[in-house]
Ligand binder design. Structure first.
Ligand SMILES: [Zn+2]
Length: 93
């Protein structure tokens, strides 16, 4: 413990910058952005199996999305890309 605050400030700054230029179409794979209070990272394939919270199925070896509540990276979850997209569409009114 004790080395979190500086990193937190830097992260907050980076997140603010991401918010100010939110152009999803131009973002390369692997770059974080903020959606609905969640930090979203598009990642490539991984041999690790993850359970998608959107459809409750396990998957491995496919490009997918990692998302976590802003400031709480320990709560990150791995989603199928379409499941994440569907989730944000559902929440938006
Ligand atoms: Zn899914």
């Amino acid at each position: 413990m004790g080395k979190g605050s500086r990193r937190g400030a830097r992260e907050a700054q980076a997140l603010a910058a991401l918010r100010s230029e939110d152009e999803p179409a131009r973002r390369p794979v692997g770059v974080d952005r903020v959606e609905d209070g969640y930090v979203v990272r598009h990642v490539g394939t991984s041999p690790t199996a993850y359970r998608c919270p959107g459809c409750d199925h396990e998957f491995a070896g496919v490009p997918h999305v990692v998302a976590w509540p802003e400031g709480d990276p320990d709560s990150r979850r791995h989603w199928h890309t379409p499941c994440w997209t569907a989730r944000t569409r559902r929440r938006r009114r």
